[in-house]
Design a protein around this ligand. Structure first.
Ligand code: NAD
Length: 466
């Protein structure tokens, strides 16, 4: 199947015009109608469902992504988010009664779920469809007009979004802007009613600074180094299989991928032996020949990851081969990695797994506490005290035992970071809430002045004492 390989950027001069058109579209009131929102959510679901082979081809072109991985980790989530919002929007958008109080019940206090207005969603390359369309589902359900700005690094997927969105969604309130830094900068100069940005923290600061000029609320979905604590008493083969899947899917380009392993020094080799077994199961003829393994997004990122690997003082025990011409980096495990190693200097965001041997659980906890709060923290243990100790002495976006990545797909859980891994939440109802203003409301009957008459001047001492 053919894909568009050169992304067409939105002309800079059009960006303020698009913003103004969406403001007019929002002010027309059409997005307030729940039936309209539902029609658009169905349109969004069909946009993906009708074009699954095209999304698969685009993701395969951009990331060398295997079909099954695209399905499980991207396409099915886009459809699920749109359909969930479709089924739930009546309930989510319903005006709520405030909790009963005898004093104020007659004022009919309610909480109206109002759209924030015209919102901007900026997304990254690693899950280029889901990280646009998932939040878009929440923004549509909440009744907003929306611009999505997909990543400029995923030419085929971002081109496909630009082609399909106008065919399936109402153009007067939903638009795609494609482009790089100049186009995003131009978007950020405008006044939005909410910005949801997913990507790295350096750009997150640029987005938050630009938003602050307009007092625009933001949601920042950022990254970080997600640690994995290993209890040596746990089934190491099971731990290795789950970790290897989460680390090597999408060639490690997953914000919640395990970044590094903390394992007691005496269990390091046992863990690596278990990992080696899994490695053979996953890639029997090697990852380079496997059709179950993605590629790195760009030459720049390939150079960055390859550089970290070249400089490591640890010992490569699995993988290690790379091929710049294919943007290939083999699933790689490096042992005896120390805190000052190149591999510990930044989020790896690639298929290289450093193993950091530790003297004790306290040392492992101290290491994690001494660094930025990660987006996810993983622990493999069946020991409730081990888990409790790790969870209660650390902070992270998510705290997950005996599993990796899955918390992002589980219904009802918020997806978000804390501290340098971001703030705010999305997925499901949390996306709806992100793009919703809770508007307090009263409707006081005339007779209530009988009870409230003391509030009016003149403030006599008689009124004060009754
Ligand atoms: P990227 O390079 O595709 O950039 C992300 C977005 O930022 C793009 O739309 C891009 O156009 C925009 N951008 C880039 N430079 C900019 C600038 N100077 N000014 C304004 N906008 C600019 O992707 P990335 O940032 O490399 O993404 C990877 C990072 O995202 C990792 O750190 C990863 O952990 C994080 N991430 C987080 C989540 C999450 O949900 N928390 C999900 C996925 C990725």
């Amino acid at each position: 199947m053919s894909v568009t390989t050169k992304l067409e950027y939105t002309p800079l001069a059009e960006i303020p015009t698009i913003h103004a058109a969406l403001k007019a579209g929002f002010n027309s009131g059409k997005t307030r109608d729940i039936a309209f929102r539902k029609k658009q959510l169905l349109g969004l679901a069909y946009m993906v469902k009708d074009n699954i082979p095209r999304f698969e081809a685009a993701l395969a072109h951009d990331l060398g992504r295997p079909q099954l991985e695209s399905h499980l980790m991207e396409i099915s989530l886009c459809v699920k988010d749109a359909i969930d919002a479709y089924h739930n929007v009546d309930k989510w958008a319903k005006t709520e009664k405030a909790p009963f109080t005898l004093n104020f019940v007659a004022l009919k206090p309610t909480i109206r779920k109002e759209p924030k207005g015209v919102v901007l969603i900026i997304s990254p390359f690693n899950y280029p469809a889901w990280l646009c369309l998932g939040p878009l589902a929440g923004a549509i359900a909440a009744g907003n007009a929306v611009v999505i700005k997909p990543s400029e690094n995923t030419h085929a997927t971002s081109s496909l979004l630009a082609e399909l969105v106008p065919k399936y969604l109402d153009r007067s309130v939903f638009r795609v802007v494609n482009g790089g830094i100049p186009e995003t900068t131009s978007l950020l100069e405008l006044q939005w009613d909410h910005i949801l940005y997913t990507g790295n923290g350096t750009v997150g600061k640029i987005v938050a600074t630009a938003a602050a000029k307009h007092l625009t609320p933001t949601t920042l979905e950022l990254g970080g180094k997600c640690p994995v604590f290993i209890d040596p008493k746990y089934d190491l083969h099971l731990a290795a299989r789950r970790i290897a899947w989460g680390k090597f899917a999408n060639s490690g380009q997953t914000c919640v991928a395990p970044d590094y392993i903390l394992v007691p020094v005496e269990a390091q080799d046992k863990f690596i032996a278990a990992f080696a077994d899994v490695y053979k199961e996953f890639y029997p003829d090697g990852a380079a020949k496997s059709d179950s393994y993605s590629r790195i997004i760009s030459e720049g990122h390939w150079n960055r990851i390859n550089g970290l690997l070249t400089k490591t003082k640890g010992q490569v025990v699995l993988g290690g081969d790379t091929d710049g011409s294919q943007k290939f980096i083999a699933p790689t495990v490096v042992k005896n990695v120390k805190a000052d190693d190149s591999l510990m200097s930044q989020e790896i965001f690639g298929p290289v797994l450093p193993i950091v041997p530790v003297a004790s659980l306290d040392d492992a906890i101290a290491y994690v506490r001494g660094n930025d709060h990660p987006l996810a923290l993983y622990v493999f243990t069946n020991d409730a005290d081990f888990k409790k100790k790790v969870f209660e002495s650390t902070q992270s976006g998510a705290a997950v035992a005996n599993e990796v990545l899955m918390h992002t797909a589980v219904d009802g859980l918020p997806f978000g970071g804390t501290g340098p891994s971001g703030y705010g939440y999305h997925t499901g109802k949390y996306s709806f809430d992100t793009f919703t203003h809770l508007r307090s409301s009263l409707d006081t009957p005339g007779w209530f002045d009988v009870l409230l008459r003391n509030r009016y001047p003149p403030y006599t001492s008689k009124k004060l004492n009754t």
